[in-house]
Design a protein around this ligand. Sequence first.
Ligand code: HEC
Length: 137
Amino acid sequence: MADMKSLPVRTLLTPHFMWKRTRFWTMVGVAGLFVGVSGGACADTENGAMIFANICSSCHSIDKSNGIGPGLQGVISRAPSLEWIDKWLHDPDKVIESGDAYAKKLREGRIITMPTLKVMQDAANRQDVIEYLKTLK
Ligand code: HEC
């Protein structure tokens, strides 16, 4: 009886099982590291889509039709750069004040202009929205 009880413990302590367990936990650790790293670096398109639906869609369509603001289909390829879009989303008036030619043309003759939005003061939110805009080809 005593022998049978001690058998599992002895089995677990054999080099083979020790190696298997170590390898298992090492793999869990490495996998966790990858999830952590990519999770931090990846933009969240779903968050971008949600922000768009809640805040941007009152002025912007996702096709080419203009509302209060221009339709945003294809905006990624027509705007000067991704950096420009990031700056614009952060503070439209600041881009206008910088004398930016593309922005000035965009604003020409408008009565209602794009406001500085609180949600766009967060760099990660801007990244997520830009990631969403990339889907509007
Ligand atoms: C109150 C209306 C309004 C809201 C809300 C709004 N915009 Fe705008 N947006 C505009 C207007 C108007 C313009 C045209 C430029 C100007 O005069 O401000 C513009 C321009 C843009 C442009 C440049 C378009 C182009 O053709 O190059 C982008 C990109 C953009 N908006 C994205 C967004 C995003 C993303 C949101 C939500 C986070 C948003 N806007 C919220 C009104 C709005």
